[in-house]
Design a protein around this ligand. Structure first.
Ligand code: BGC
Length: 734
């Protein structure tokens, strides 16, 4: 067969990859086939990957070394770049940035010898106390889906396998192995699966990772409806489905016949429990099940073809892994800085009418920097989504955590000092630092300064949920906090001339103290250049352009299921995994996040899509032009009426005809950079699918809808107009 060879950096033409995969399958023995569909156990990778599939050397099938890569390669001592966490990338609302981040991470993975990244977390924020919120892309299916698609496209420019995870409804860590999300089909399709549908179709991940939890009574990795009917059937996903790491699969036949294609981390001997006493299912057990006809041979062949197809499509069959190299630290730093600058959100900026930010170098003489270890570092989250710090930890954990099987509870800190960056901006000024542990000293320093900048940190991690979204204290986070952060803010605010609070956070924060702060900035987990990026925003060298990818509630009572989670770390259940599923009814339906606030006519603390700028934007001239195809052309004029260049995230929402009972939804956005005084006509095509609802199939309902355009999800937007929808079926899905 004559085959054009895929060049590294291009996805091989799909049909050719398929033909080559089918041909190669014919040359494989049964043992080789089985070898390709399971991991080889914890710590089996020769280069320290978290997952390892042994290739078949005689056929040129490479080993697969999977590395977690949520915000960069999760590997110690290799200088991998800790980028801002995905929740921050989502806050940029800039798919081009997500593309560059995906590409950058793939470059670092490949440089370090890894050919597969596990970075595509996309579970929607149903519950902001979920300890993994920082790894995901917020509460809106369109924003999350498009941002992951962009990241995957960036990834796919390199011969590196890319994933979308955790399929599906892995929306809390509490009881994550046994939680059973009960959800009706319409909510499943329109909300929880929609980001996956968009990312899978547009971003072409090579694999989709099925999750630990169950959905409607079936574990996700044994759920035929999710894996075979929807993902592989309706969405025609050509890649492979891999299990999450241990405890996601509980039975060979059930999972293989439901459609999953790879067990992780697997083992070399299914007949013995693995290193953690856990059972495995896709090695000898799968071989026997196929021999006995309990799993059809065609199913095993399909698993293998999907894997080979992914390897061909990614270019990995034709692009040999280069020798392990070293990370380009300068390139990593510049990616990290740009990403952090774009992800920071200015939530509040007011000093009795006169904005306190940006700080004015020409007038400012003294600054009191307080708390959050801002003298040495910025914080980050924990679990598989972390990127280990380069070099020694700049902050010592107060009570290093639990046993070896739990995710360590100590936060990561990256040696990027906001204090140093602030001092560099004001070399002639007096910039003091107090750690916050001595509250009185902090108050005194603030009282004598022109402005006090308080750094507040919130640690979250995989394998735990937060009990509360209040800023943690030495009581609620013993490992990482030495004092009560809220009491500190209140005490400082009572004495300072002006107070700026900078949050380093993995999820929403409640802020009963907000009225006392003149300005509030959320920097998320800003990565290795976080300190510098924060200072750039505070001094106006970068105009903030991030917007919230999730609602910040006033308090937890406003959440969809205010009592559903519990605090703290949850150890791995080990061999004594409780088999019983625990139901979590998602009976709030579609009323999650801004959809909920809008439907209940309540106001969050800070709305989804909210974010301030140092300039002003005005909207005018809305035109809504339905096309014959069902797509809708939405155009408007955006003007920068302030005195600085800046970027606005112009958001487009729809209210569907009232009869269909749908909450408001985001249907598109454009991030537009404008010079002072500049006006631009912005035009965007909203696909018909964005008006779709699920009623046993996707369709656009007939009737009178509204389109709203503006700078946040709140209210009617700056502009709003009527749109008459014509009923139509959407055979291509959403
Ligand atoms: C997580 C995955 C991760 C895997 C490998 C699991 O516990 O849920 O997101 O990729 O571990 O570290």
């Amino acid at each position: 067969m004559s085959c054009a060879v895929a060049v590294a950096g291009e996805v091989a033409p799909a049909q050719e990859a398929d033909a080559r995969a089918a041909a190669l399958l014919q040359q494989m023995t049964q043992d080789e086939k089985v070898q390709l569909v399971h991991g080889h156990g914890w710590n089996s990778s020769p280069i320290g990957a978290i997952g390892f599939v042994k290739g078949v050397a005689r056929l040129g099938i490479p080993d697969i070394n999977y590395l977690d890569s949520t915000a960069g390669p999760h590997i110690k001592d290799k200088n991998a770049t800790p980028l801002p966490s995905p929740i921050g990338i989502a806050a940029s609302w800039n798919p081009a940035l997500a593309f560059d981040v995906g590409r950058h991470i793939a470059i670092e993975l490949r440089t370090l010898g890894f050919n597969a990244g596990l970075g595509g977390g996309i579970n929607l924020t149903r519950e902001p106390r979920n300890g993994r919120t920082f790894e995901y892309l917020g509460e809106d299916p369109l924003l999350a889906g498009k941002m992951l698609a962009a990241r995957l496209k960036g990834n796919n420019t390199l011969p590196v396998l890319g994933v979308a995870k955790h399929f599906a409804l892995n929306d809390q860590e509490t009881n994550r192995f046994t939680a059973n999300a009960i959800v009706d089909e319409r909510v499943l399709r329109e909300y929880y699966l929609l980001p996956f549908e968009i990312a899978v179709k547009e971003g072409q991940p090579t694999s989709v990772m099925c999750s630990y939890n169950a959905v409607n009574g079936e574990k996700s990795c044994e759920n035929r409806h999710l894996v075979t009917d929807i993902l592989k059937g309706e969405w025609a996903f050509p890649g492979y489905v891999q299990s999450d790491w241990a405890l996601a699969v509980s039975d060979t036949e059930r999972s293989a016949n439901a459609g999953i294609d790879e067990e992780q981390p697997g083992s070399q001997n299914d007949d013995k429990p693995d290193a953690y006493g856990l059972a495995t299912f896709f090695n000898q057990k799968l071989g026997r099940a196929v021999a006995a006809g309990r799993v059809p041979q065609s199913r095993l062949d399909d698993m293998v073809v999907r894997k080979l197809r992914a390897l061909y499509r990614a270019g990995l069959m034709d692009a040999p892994q280069p020798a392990i190299g070293s990370i380009d630290v300068a390139a990593g730093d510049s990616m990290a800085l740009r990403a952090a600058q774009e992800s920071i959100v200015l939530l509040k900026n007011d000093n009795r009418g006169a904005p306190v930010l940006p700080l004015d170098r020409s007038r400012l003489k003294s600054i009191a920097v307080i708390g959050g270890h801002a003298d040495v570092a910025v914080i980050s989250g924990g679990g598989s989504g972390q990127v280990p710090p380069r070099g020694a930890d700049p902050v010592t954990c107060r009570t290093p955590g639990a046993n070896a099987l739990t995710i360590p509870l100590c936060a990561n800190w990256y040696a990027s000092s906001p204090l140093a960056a602030i001092r560099a901006k004001l070399p002639a000024g007096k910039v003091t630092f107090s750690s916050g542990e001595d509250r009185q000293a902090a108050v005194d320093s603030a009282a004598g300064a022109d402005v006090a900048i308080i750094f507040a940190t919130q640690f979250v991690s995989e394998q735990m949920d937060l009990k509360t979204l209040a800023l943690p204290s030495d009581v609620t986070d013993k490992a990482n906090q030495a004092y009560d952060q809220v009491a500190l803010i209140e005490a400082v605010a009572a004495k300072a001339k002006r107070v700026v609070v900078v949050l380093e956070n993995g999820t929403a924060v409640t802020m009963p103290w907000a009225p006392k702060a003149n300005a509030i900035v959320t920097a998320w987990y800003p990565g290795i250049k976080g300190g510098e990026a924060i200072a750039d925003i505070l001094f106006g060298d970068v105009n903030p352009s991030g917007r919230l990818p999730l609602s910040f509630p006033n308090d937890e009572s406003e959440l969809a299921q205010p009592t559903a989670t519990r605090a703290g770390p949850m150890p791995m259940p080990g061999a004594k995994q409780p088999a019983k599923l625990i139901p979590y009814p998602h009976d709030e339906g579609l009323l999650v996040g801004y959809r909920r606030y809008d439907a209940l006519k309540r106001k969050p603390l800070f709305a989804f899509g909210h974010g301030l700028s140092y300039t002003r934007f005005t909207y005018s001239g809305l035109k809504i032009a339905p096309q014959a195809s069902g797509d809708v052309e939405v155009s408007f004029t955006l003007a920068n009426t302030g005195s600085r260049a800046g970027a606005e995230v112009a958001q487009i929402y729809a209210a569907l005809p009232t009869a269909v009972g749908e909450p408001k939804r985001l249907i598109g956005w454009e991030k537009v950079t404008l010079a002072p005084g500049e006006r631009r006509r912005v035009s965007t095509t909203v696909s018909a699918a964005r008006f779709g609802i699920w009623q046993g199939g996707w369709s656009v309902p007939a009737g009178s809808a509204r389109v709203m355009v503006g700078g946040s999800s709140e209210g009617q937007g700056a502009l709003s107009g009527k749109l008459d929808l014509t009923a139509r079926r959407l055979p291509g899905g959403a």
